[in-house]
Ligand binder design. Structure first.
Ligand SMILES: Nc1nc2c(ncn2[C@@H]2O[C@H](COP(=O)(O)OP(=O)(O)OP(=O)(O)O)[C@@H](O)[C@H]2O)c(=O)[nH]1
Ligand SMILES: [Mg+2]
Length: 173
């Protein structure tokens, strides 16, 4: 069995836990507790990690880890990154400054992005707004990062599977 470790990161409420629950073939593991951060209106938040699995074939499987969004748990970002083959950054387009959010993850995961593959996924957005996607692509280019940008509703299994495919395409390239 060949297994690839994939990381999903991004700001609080961007949909990391939801994305993993949408695609996982096993009951997803989650470490969510009551949220005490009033700046984000959300009942629960992840404090350690999420985990789910997706099989690609009889011999190949993705092991997907979701990180906590809150920066105070950033030590977990490093722990979880060990041995990862790719990164998905979720950007919540309803936040005050999504580009600043994105920059936090670009910075903290810079080594993983440089050494492996990355996809930026815009969540909670209008999926038909191509101009918005291009804005993110331009921002990434200005930061010297080359990776695909794709909008998705992470509650939809097909959307999340497409993001995973985009990531895998780069790994096989
Ligand atoms: N309206 C709307 N809601 C969405 C969309 N995508 C995700 N959500 C909701 O947004 C919430 C995301 O919550 P989580 O999946 O817990 O987010 P998270 O990234 O794991 O957050 P932390 O663990 O706190 O960092 C869920 O309630 C989703 O149902 C979208 O496109 N539109
Ligand atoms: Mg979570």
């Amino acid at each position: 069995m060949i297994e690839h470790k994939i990381i999903i990161t991004g700001s609080m409420g961007a949909g990391k836990t939801t994305a993993i629950a949408s695609v996982s073939e096993i009951e997803p593991m989650s470490t969510d507790v009551m949220n005490t951060d009033n700046s984000v209106d959300k009942e629960k938040t992840t404090v350690a990690f999420d985990y789910g699995e997706v099989s690609l074939s009889a011999e190949e499987r993705l092991r997907i880890y979701g990180t906590p969004g809150q920066e105070r748990f950033s030590f977990m970002w490093k722990v979880l990154s060990k041995g990862a083959l790719g990164l998905i950054i979720l950007v919540d387009d309803t936040r005050k400054d999504p580009f600043k959010d994105l920059s936090i993850y670009l910075e903290n995961f810079s080594q993983l992005i440089e050494e492996t593959a990355c996809v930026v996924c815009i969540s909670k957005t209008n999926k038909n707004n191509v101009a918005r996607v291009n804005e993110f692509a331009r921002y990434l280019a200005s930061q010297g990062v080359i990776c695909p940008v794709v909008p998705a509703d992470v509650r939809e299994k097909q959307d999340v599977l497409f993001v995973l495919e985009l990531l895998l395409t780069q790994l096989y390239a």
